[in-house]
Design a protein around this ligand. Structure first.
Ligand code: SF4
Length: 467
């Protein structure tokens, strides 16, 4: 058993090695069915694509129902408190299936929650029906871990990872249109509220040659869009003397000629002029940037360890808007961080009023065990946090509605990604600025970029007619 250890997770001092992993068929698993449920961010979604690829290489086949599965994998997220309840709710359902239908069912939990000591302690004391807990750094070891499973609860959580594992083409991608491409792993910023530097390890960049090879292959396969993934994409290459910068990488990816190039997430710190110029220079780099603010108050930003002031953030925001034509910018904001006064919160509203974001993910602060902020007194009462969130959301929605309305009667390019969830007679897709559009169309154009005239604009989506 290997248990999570935050002291180990803090360490950042070893060299990165690049290791190629290539799982192969195991007769024992041929025809067995797997089911994966994913919570959380794009990183987790892409990790699930990697886990699915590994399982299929071993001989498993996918099922879309947990009832029929031989192995269920819950890929979890540790960023928000309510994710924990959802995961344990679903685990209860898995336990019921195991007890009533399939006693050989393997129940596995992985992802960021698996890296949390408190979660693993809870599993060890109350959820022994789980067969395997494996960490974010153990994914590539899955074939070996499965082969060596002992009866009962197995815990394989590596707490420190310095290496980059290349799985080549061994992903089972969810989409044939739009692909995630990891460019780096981990985070070294240690914002005081965030669990990611502990659960995902140190910042380590993939080799640019491997990333470019993967994007070229995706182009050959007909993908229309790639999204470069990292907790802080602008830190790309900074951990290696022999590597290019993120701006240079972005340029090389754009030159491959895939129709749409995106990236998430960029920290406002280290967002260079070179990056802005590259985004502005290439038509196929989409003018959409997610730029987390978190708070507009300098005092709270300092307590959060965010490394920028309100003034520096606004300067960067304005620079992006002035250089990148029609840029849409979205953000993340936390309300009710320890010691946040009404004046601090009003500073956040002030920034929202200045930036008039295209959208924002807004959250009430909740402490994550093991982080420095969890040692601060969580001294803002629930009612105040909720009231602030409501005021913030009202403002954020007004601006996103206002920005969406600017597109009314305009014709925009939309990459059609599937059938609309709202109306099965419509298609849906995204503008270059990552706005969701429900499209009336006489033709089935999934996977194509088409011209759409916008006929209605709401806060969270647009309606349009294919031209
Ligand atoms: S930059 Fe801060 S908020 Fe983002 S992942 Fe790293 S520590 Fe967390």
């Amino acid at each position: 058993m290997k248990l999570p250890d935050y002291n180990e997770e803090r360490k950042r001092n070893r060299e990165t090695e690049f290791i190629t992993v290539n799982p192969t068929i195991n007769q024992e698993y041929l025809g067995k069915k797997y089911f994966i449920r994913t919570y959380g961010c794009q990183m987790n979604v892409h990790d699930s694509e990697e886990i699915a690829g590994i399982l299929e290489n071993l001989g498993f086949i996918e099922t879309d129902s947990e009832e029929n599965a031989d192995i269920i994998i819950l890929n979890t997220c540790a960023v928000r408190e309510n994710a924990h309840d959802k995961v344990f709710g679903f685990l209860g359902r898995c336990k019921h299936i195991k007890e009533t239908k399939n006693k050989d069912l393997l129940i596995c939990l992985c992802g960021c929650m698996a890296q949390e000591k408190s979660v693993v302690d809870e599993i060890m004391s109350k959820h022994k029906y789980i067969d395997l807990v494996f960490g974010t750094h153990n994914i590539h070891e899955l074939p070996n871990i499965l082969m060596n499973l002992e009866p009962g609860l197995n815990i394989e959580v590596k707490s420190n990872e310095d290496n980059v594992y290349e799985v080549g083409e061994n992903f089972k991608r969810d989409s044939k249109i739009s692909a995630w491409v990891n460019i780096m792993y981990g985070c070294d910023k240690f914002c005081t509220y965030c669990i990611v530097p502990y659960t995902r390890g140190k910042e380590r960049s993939r080799k640019s040659s491997d990333i470019l090879k993967e994007v070229r292959k995706l182009k050959e396969l007909g993908y229309k869009e790639v999204t470069l993934l990292g907790q802080n994409v602008n830190a790309y290459g900074r951990d290696r003397e022999d590597e290019i910068s993120f701006a240079e990488l972005l340029e090389e990816v754009a030159k491959i000629g895939i129709e749409r190039v995106r990236f998430v997430t960029s920290h406002p710190w280290n967002f260079t002029d070179e990056m802005i110029d590259t985004i502005a220079k290439y038509d196929n780099i989409m003018p959409y940037i997610h730029l987390p603010l978190q708070s507009g108050s300098d005092r709270i930003l300092k307590l959060m360890g965010r490394r920028y002031t309100q003034e520096e953030y606004l300067e960067l925001f304005k620079k992006i808007k002035s250089k990148v034509k029609n840029a849409a910018i979205t953000t993340d904001i936390i309300v009710g961080f320890p010691n946040e006064t009404e004046e601090d919160f009003e500073e956040t509203l002030k920034v929202v009023n200045e930036c008039k974001y295209d959208g924002a993910f807004t959250f009430i602060y909740s402490p994550r065990e093991g982080t420095p902020a969890a040692k601060m007194q969580d001294n803002i009462i629930k009612e105040v946090k909720e009231e602030r969130l409501q005021r913030l959301n009202k403002l954020v929605n007004e601006y996103s509605n206002m920005n969406n309305k600017k597109l009314l009667d305009k014709t925009v390019d939309v990459l059609i990604t599937g059938v609309s969830e709202k109306d099965p007679n419509k298609l849906c897709g995204y503008t270059d600025t990552f706005k969701l559009v429900n499209v009336s169309s006489g033709k089935r154009t999934i996977g194509e970029i088409i011209k759409v005239k916008i006929t209605d604009a709401k806060s969270f989506s647009l309606d349009g007619i294919a031209e």
